[in-house]
Design a binder for this molecule. Structure first.
Ligand SMILES: C[S@@+](CC[C@H](N)C(=O)[O-])C[C@H]1O[C@@H](n2cnc3c(N)ncnc32)[C@H](O)[C@@H]1O
Length: 256
């Protein structure tokens, strides 16, 4: 090989190397560009899971939503519900008469708190009846179970309900009382709908509450009546004897 041939060969080799490095840079840029493009088209918080399908429950939730505030569920000392004068002031025996609570009845005390009303109802319905103490606060339910044992009340059942569902047995109750609880229920229309399916033929739902705006430990009676209608109930009676100050009221509903 002469000097000219060697020079040509070296130039070809150099050209080949140059071409290869240019191609590599192009390829790398193309791949990097693809990755960057992928990152840019997927939002930072995107989750690679499918959208939940729209269930009938979701539909129910959207139509039953309320446009008002509610009060945070009470979680303090239970002693405030045990004022010895409370039974007289509230006329609790008259409340039970209005709700048709008698020996053998099956009753629900929803938002039972200390079990103040649960115990009164359990004594009235006797061994042939049942009282469901429904709460979302498990500590209160433990307190009620202990109280029932200590008072030899074998007809008390505790139920850990949900905010929007009392989880009572289907067609299981003759009477229900929400005593100073309705304003705390987060999803009252949904709750009422579920409650309705647990009411026996002719069963009554009593709501005792105080006038308020929803987030101030009370709720206007007009709002309760409207929500109860949406939840499948109609107002059949209303009383003011539970506290003669025109602030507290007692509404009685029947399933429509
Ligand atoms: C203000 S206290 C009244 C207690 C009792 N009824 C009384 O007057 O003695 C309201 C109670 O309702 C309960 N509560 C709130 N929302 C509830 C719901 N959706 N279902 C069941 N209990 C509920 C709270 O945990 C609280 O113990």
């Amino acid at each position: 090989m002469n000097v000219r041939d060697r020079g040509n060969r070296e130039r070809r080799l150099l050209l080949h190397l140059l071409l290869r490095s240019v191609l590599s840079v192009h390829l790398a840029t193309a791949l990097l560009g693809c990755a960057v493009a992928n990152q840019q088209t997927r939002p930072a918080n995107s989750i690679a899971s499918p959208r939940p399908s729209v269930s009938s429950e979701t539909n129910e939730r959207s139509t039953d939503r309320i446009d008002r505030q509610t009060t945070n569920p009470y979680s303090g000392s239970l002693s405030i519900f045990e004022d010895p004068k409370r039974a007289d002031r509230l006329q609790v025996d008259r409340v039970m008469d209005v709700l048709g609570i008698k020996p053998g009845s099956s009753v629900a005390d929803v938002g039972a708190g200390s079990g103040w009303f649960t115990v009164k109802a359990a004594k009235r319905v006797g061994s042939g009846g049942l009282v469901y103490a429904v709460e979302i606060n498990i500590e209160y339910l433990k307190h009620i179970a202990k109280r029932a044992r200590e008072e030899n009340l074998s007809n008390v059942r505790t139920i850990l309900g949900k905010e929007d569902d009392p989880l009572l047995p289907e067609k299981g109750v003759d009477a229900v009382l929400l005593l100073k609880t309705y304003h705390e229920i987060g999803e009252p229309v949904r709750w009422l709908r579920r409650m309705r399916s647990s009411m026996r033929e002719g069963a009554l739902l009593g709501i005792i509450d105080r006038t308020g705006k929803g987030d101030d430990h009370g709720i206007d009676r007009e709002t309760v009546v409207k929500e109860a209608q949406r939840g499948g109930f109609m107002l059949v009676e209303q009383h003011d004897f539970v506290r003669p100050d025109e602030v507290d009221y007692f509404l009685v509903f029947r399933a429509r």
